[in-house]
Design a protein around this ligand. Structure first.
Ligand code: R5P
Length: 310
């Protein structure tokens, strides 16, 4: 019988521990030694011959460092005789560069996928990928999970499926996501904001909403903004400003990946939204947490999927 073992990089150890616990396991030991010049030496500390190894790593800031660590862990496991290595990559860094937007750009995500496959990754589990195009970039079996059912559950628990809420995608690219969530919530009305981002400055602007009308017979007083990730927070702030200007009284935000770069936590805390829900695809240090923030765990979902796939 193949034994399953869970290993973890340094980027999201709490999630790895929680996944292992749901599987009735502990995280297996790895030595991750950092030299003074910041190079790393990775060593597997227990036998893995013929084992099915799971490696948990979230490739967010410092994204390059986390990817390098992951490449070395996969290599170490394969050299030590692992039968297979499945990477749980809840947040896939570089996923927004999945094609060239302007002439002359690199397709960063393709470089990442080729490297992961070259070092021996046999399968990958990812969460709420930025676009469906990404599934084609990986050539190993991919399990693509979503936090949307978890969000639907929480929206119901908060009492927000009461006929007074509208789902809002802060950009047109989120239409697929918002339609799925609407269905999970018994066809909750939805609308999309037409957002523009200046590719050189990153500045976000928006002045148009398309879809269900905010002022129509539903009597919308609450907007639930749904996005795949919050990075600088600019998208959420722009959407909130527009929605408040259209008379929405209450706003909550649901985003799978709390990338939280720059001053995002401060910006979100100061923006007129009542609550922000994210998941633990990315481990948030104490200083990036703020009173309105709730972190929902995806550990049970991942463990269940790994069990089904084994
Ligand atoms: C964009 O297409 C994504 O879905 C997010 O809306 C975006 O990446 C969020 O970035 P930021 O928080 O920096 O505006």
């Amino acid at each position: 019988m193949t034994i399953m073992k869970v290993f973890s990089g340094k980027s999201n150890e709490p999630l790895a521990i929680a996944i292992a616990q749901h599987l009735g396991l502990s995280v297996s030991p790895l030595e991750i030694f950092v030299f003074p010049d910041k190079e790393k030496r990775i060593r597997v500390l227990e036998p893995v011959i013929e084992d099915h190894c799971i490696v948990v790593q979230s490739c967010t800031t410092p994204v390059d460092e986390n990817y390098m660590e992951l490449f070395f862990i996969i290599d170490a496991l394969k050299r030590s005789g692992a039968a297979s290595v499945t990477v749980v990559l809840p947040y896939v860094g570089y996923q927004r560069q999945d094609h060239t937007f302007r002439e002359g750009e690199a397709v960063s995500l393709e470089v990442i996928s080729k490297t992961l496959e070259a070092v021996g990754m046999d399968g990958i589990l990812a969460f709420d990928l930025h676009s469906i195009r990404i599934e084609q970039i990986f050539h190993v079996p991919l399990i693509h999970l979503s936090a949307l059912p978890l969000f639907a559950k929480h929206i119901k628990e908060e009492g927000w499926a009461d006929g007074h809420s509208i789902l809002i995608s802060p950009d047109m690219g989120g239409i697929r996501r918002i339609k799925i969530l609407s269905e999970l919530l018994g066809d909750m009305p939805y609308a999309m904001i037409e957002k523009n981002r200046d590719l050189s400055t990153g500045k976000v602007t928006a002045d148009k909403i398309e879809g269900a009308s905010l002022e129509n017979s539903y009597g919308m007083k609450r907007a639930l903004i749904v996005d795949d990730m919050i990075s600088s927070g600019g998208t959420i702030v722009t959407a909130t400003t527009l929605l408040r200007a259209r008379g929405v009284e209450e706003i909550a935000v649901f985003a799978t990946h709390p990338v939280f770069s720059e001053a995002a936590p401060k910006l979100l805390e100061e923006t007129p939204v009542e609550k922000v829900f994210v998941t633990d695809t990315i481990d948030l240090p104490k200083e990036k947490r703020f009173p309105k923030l709730t972190v929902l765990s995806i550990a049970a979902l991942i463990a269940q999927k790994l069990q089904e796939a084994s």
